[in-house]
Design a binder for this molecule. Structure first.
Ligand code: GLP
Length: 351
C-alpha cells in the first residue's frame, strides 16, 4: 500500500485528479476496451471532479471510452433531490464531460426490487470486465462507500442500514436535520472494492485521523472497513497532513521516505504509475546519480508517466510506436488526449 501525504485538501484533490488523468491516458481506452472507473460522492471528491472537468475542458482528458460506476445511493430519495447521489454525480461531473450516457452506471435507490438492483450492478461490473480503478472516500468511522462498521469484508453490492454516526455526519447535507437523512442505502460491497484492480482513497481532515490510523496501523478489521486495503495488491491512500494526526510519526516518515528515496535513488521517471519500479538502467546500483543514466533508456511511453514536481506527470500520452498502441492493436476509437474543446477559461472556473 502507498500513503501519499500532501499539505492540504487542495493539494490532495489535485494530486488525485492528476493521477486519474494519467491512469486513463496511460490505459488508452477504446470502445472495446474501456477504462472502468468507480467513483465516490461526499464533499472530499468535489474538488477532484472540478479538476477532472478542467482537464477535459483543456483537452487533456477524454471520458469518451470511460465507463463509470458510482459507489452508493440513498434508498427512497427522489432522483431530483439535490442530495440524491445521482444528482450529485451529474452536478459535479457527468454534466460537464464527454461521458456517454450509456457508460454511466448508478444504483437505483428507488428500484422496486432493491436486491435485484444490487445483483444487476454486480453483473454489470462483471460484464464490462471489472473495475480498473476505484476512487473512494471514507466516513469518519472508516467506512468505504456505505460499508459501515461490521460489514463483511467479502460483501457484494447490497442494501445497507446506515450507522448512526454516518447519519449524523451526513445531516449537514440535509439542513442539519437527522430525521431527513435516509437511513438505508445501496452500496457496493467491501468485496466489490477489493475486486477492483486498483483502489485509490482520498482522506482529508482531522476528523478522519482516527479512522486512517486504525485502518493502516492496526489489523484488518471489519469494524474499520477501510482496513481491507491492507490486503489489496494495488492500493493508494492520498491524505492531507491533518488526516495523519493520529498516525505514529514513524509511520508518516516511513511513507514519506518511500517517495523521497525512490526519487533520489531510483529516479521518478523509473517509477510506474502504480508505484512499481518500471525500469532501471543495467548496472544501476540504486545510488544517487543513477537517474542520470536511467534517463538515457527512457522511452516516450515512460516519459508520458514521468512524474513532475508534484510527483505526477504533466505530459499526456502520444503513441509513438506500434508497441505503444492499445493492447487490441487496433488503435480504434482511441482516447483523445485532445478532444477538440478549446482551453478552459483561465478564471479558474472549469464550468
Ligand atoms: C458518504 C459516502 C461515502 C463517502 C463519505 C465521505 O458516507 N457514502 O462514499 O466516502 O460520505 O464523505 P465526505 O467526503 O463528505 O467526508
Amino acid at each position: 500500500m502507498r500513503l501519499i501525504v500532501r499539505e492540504d485538501p487542495k493539494a490532495v484533490a489535485y494530486y488525485t485528479a492528476n493521477y486519474v488523468r494519467l491512469r486513463i491516458n496511460e490505459f488508452r481506452p477504446t470502445h472495446r476496451r474501456p477504462f472502468v472507473l468507480g467513483l465516490p460522492t461526499g464533499s472530499t471528491p468535489v474538488e477532484v471532479y472540478w479538476h477532472l472537468v478542467d482537464f477535459y475542458k483543456r483537452g487533456e482528458l477524454s471520458f469518451r471510452n470511460v465507463v463509470t460506476f458510482s459507489m452508493d445511493e440513498y434508498v427512497g430519495l427522489p432522483k431530483a433531490h439535490p442530495e440524491c447521489y445521482c444528482s450529485f454525480m451529474h452536478r459535479h461531473l457527468y454534466d460537464h464531460i464527454n461521458l456517454r450516457p450509456e457508460n454511466i452506471n448508478m444504483l437505483d435507490g428507488n428500484a422496486d426490487d432493491l436486491t435485484a438492483e444490487c445483483q444487476r450492478y454486480e453483473d454489470r461490473i462483471r460484464e464490462v470486465g471489472g473495475i480498473e480503478l476505484f476512487l473512494g472516500g471514507i466516513g469518519p468511522d472508516g467506512h468505504i462507500a456505505f460499508n459501515e462498521p461490521g460489514s463483511s469484508l467479502e460483501s457484494a453490492t447490497r442494501v445497507k442500514t446506515l450507522a448512526y454516526e454516518t447519519v449524523l455526519a451526513n445531516a449537514r447535507f440535509f439542513g442539519g436535520d437527522v430525521d431527513r437523512v435516509p437511513k438505508l442505502a445501496l452500496t457496493v460491497g467491501v468485496g466489490t472494492v477489493r475486486a477492483a484492480r486498483e483502489v485509490l482513497l482520498i482522506i482529508t481532515g482531522a476528523h478522519k485521523a482516527v479512522a486512517l490510523a486504525k485502518c493502516i496501523e492496526e489489523g484488518v478489521n471489519h469494524m474499520w472497513t477501510l482496513s481491507v486495503v491492507q490486503l489489496h495488491p494495488s492500493a493508494m491512500i492520498v491524505c492531507d497532513e491533518d488526516a495523519t494526526l493520529e498516525l505514529h510519526v514513524k509511520t508518516v516518515r516511513y511513507f514519506k521516505s518511500i517517495e523521497q528515496v525512490q526519487e533520489q535513488l531510483i529516479g521518478r521517471q523509473n517509477i510506474g504509475l502504480k508505484g512499481s519500479i518500471s525500469r532501471l538502467h543495467h548496472g544501476s546500483t540504486g545510488t544517487p546519480g543513477a537517474q542520470t543514466s536511467d534517463s538515457q533508456v527512457l522511452t516516450d511511453s515512460d516519459m508520458s508517466s514521468a512524474h513532475s514536481d508534484d510527483g505526477m506527470s504533466t505530459t499526456s500520452v502520444t503513441p509513438t510506436s506500434p508497441a505503444d498502441l492499445p493492447a487490441d492493436g487496433s488503435g480504434e476509437d482511441c482516447a483523445e488526449p485532445n478532444n477538440g474543446h478549446s482551453p478552459a477559461a483561465t478564471d479558474g472556473t472549469p464550468f
